[in-house]
Each structure stands twice: as C-alpha cells, then as structure tokens.
Design a protein around this ligand. Structure first.
Ligand code: FES
Length: 176
C-alpha cells in the first residue's frame, strides 16, 4: 500500500461527479488490453481526459494492468509530464534560464505572480492558470520569454506580460 496522502485531490468531489469520473476512466481503460506496456499511454490519456492523474485512477490502472500501485505511482511521479493535482486550463511557464535572467526574467516572473496572484507551482482558485518556471525554453534569442500552453511569448516586459494575461483572461489564451 502506498502513501497517497500527497495525492489527495484539492477539490471536493460530489458522489455523482465521482461516478462520472469513474465511468470516464472505465471508458479510457476499455480501449486497452491490460498489458504492462500500456501504462504510459494510459497515463497520458487519463491526464488528457482529467487534466491530471487523479488518485483513484492510479489504483484502478494498477488493478487493470495487474501491477503494484507503487509502480504506477512511481512512473507517474518520475515523468514531469504527469500531474498529480489539478492544474489550470492554461499553463504559464516562465523561463529562468541564464539568457532570460540577465535580460530581466526576474521582473517577468514577478509580474506574472502579481497579475495572477500565485507563485510557481500554484494554480489560481478558478483553475484558469497554473504557473511554472523552467530552465530554458529554447528561445534565448527572444529572452526574456515565457510560454503559455504551446505559444512562446518573447522580448517580454512587465507591461507586455500584463497585456498578454489581460487578453488571455478576456479571450482565453489556450486557443490563441
Ligand atoms: S534562457 Fe530563456 S529561453 Fe533560453
């Protein structure tokens, strides 16, 4: 038995929502055969479906693949792509690499924190945004830079950050 206290979902889920989530998971699992090698694709699909890998899913996936729960948990925590808690619909990744740092990256992060009211690793209460920091996003020529979902924003200033997030809040940056 693994210690799943770190997996407690931050949202209180009503019984009917829980039943829907279980149905949703069963639907995902029904497209697989139950082979060990399907673990990563299943985790990817579960994350796509829920936005993260819920604690109850780890238990069900382990049973489905006849693997120890600790193995499924271990794989989920090993890969950075998998989240164990709900994240925002929009992921803001602020670069803290050297090129961005020397060109004012710290001020960019401060502006993001100030605009959204959260720190790296946190999610806004409405689950609209999560903030992360990354070492380098491969856009050093555009530093300081950040990525919102898959869209790179470069040559940032605090004013540009505010404008981008303001636009995102009114239009939804996810589909920009
Ligand atoms: S250091 Fe920021 S994009 Fe490379």
């Amino acid at each position: 038995m693994i210690n799943t206290s770190a997996l407690q979902d931050t949202q209180v889920v009503a019984p009917e929502q829980e039943a829907t989530a279980e149905q949703c998971l069963c639907k995902v699992l029904s497209t697989y055969k139950g082979n060990e090698s399907e673990l990563i694709p299943i985790l990817q699909e579960v994350q796509k479906e829920f936005g993260y890998v819920p604690a109850f899913a780890i238990n069900k996936i382990a049973k489905f693949l006849r693997l120890p729960e600790a193995t499924v948990f271990g794989v989920t925590t090993f890969y950075a792509q998998f989240k164990l808690v709900p994240t925002g619909r929009n992921i803001v990744k602020v670069c803290r690499g050297t090129a961005c740092y020397v060109r004012g990256g710290t001020r960019i992060l401060q502006e993001v924190e100030s605009q959204l009211g959260i720190k790296p690793g946190e999610t806004t209460p409405d689950f609209e945004y999560s903030v992360e920091t990354v070492a380098c996003i491969g856009a050093c020529a555009l530093s300081p830079a950040m990525v919102i979902n898959d869209h790179v924003h470069g040559r940032l200033t605090p004013q540009k950050v505010k404008a981008i997030l303001d636009t995102g809040r009114s239009n939804g940056p996810k589909n920009e």
